[in-house]
Design a protein around this ligand. Structure first.
Ligand SMILES: [Fe+2]
Ligand SMILES: [Fe+2]
Length: 171
């Protein structure tokens, strides 16, 4: 299994991007509320875990190597996505939400944009690659944290996402 093999940090993050893109595609094609909610929950789990490992391990490791503005943009994009994730998760608790599918669609568009920021030419990953980061060691840390968080959130349920950059207003 791939997960037992150690993986370069960027390869691990990119693989998670492909996985969530696949889930969004499955959601788009899914029929039936039960199936859609299951997929939406899986998407939220993947994204919460992914943003948490990026924010606690990968982005801090990139400080001093990747442009500060680029990293700040990443953090704000994560927070913007967390707002929709929290909405989607809340709607799963039985409430009828006419905007449910639309929220998942808009989330997928935000994530698609964010993935380009990370993976695109001159983006966070390519800048990080040019630095002196130990991608194998970072990959190990990311994989361990990811495993721990998935186990915890499957057991305890997803936490309300914590915003890192937004506290000027509450809506
Ligand atoms: Fe990412
Ligand atoms: Fe990200």
């Amino acid at each position: 299994m791939a997960e037992t093999k150690s993986q370069d940090a960027i390869a691990l993050l990119k693989e998670a991007h492909r996985e969530v893109e696949k889930l969004f595609k499955q959601f788009e094609e899914a029929k039936g509320d039960g199936r859609k909610q299951k997929l939406a929950h899986q998407i939220c789990l993947e994204l919460i875990v992914h943003s948490e490992i990026e924010e606690t391990i990968f982005y801090p490791a990139c400080e001093g190597t990747v442009d500060e503005d680029e990293l700040k943009e990443g953090y704000v994009e994560h927070d913007a996505a967390k707002l929709l994730i929290a909405e989607i998760e809340a709607a799963e608790d039985g409430a009828d939400d006419d905007f449910f599918d639309t929220k998942v669609k808009v989330l997928s568009e935000e994530i698609e944009h964010h993935i380009k920021e990370e993976e695109g030419p001159g983006g966070i990953f390519s800048q990080a690659r040019k630095g002196k980061l130990d991608m194998d060691a970072l990959g190990e840390q990311l994989a361990a944290k990811k495993k721990e968080l998935i186990a915890r959130y499957k057991d305890e349920g997803l936490p309300t996402p914590k915003l890192k950059t937004m506290d000027e207003v509450s809506v």
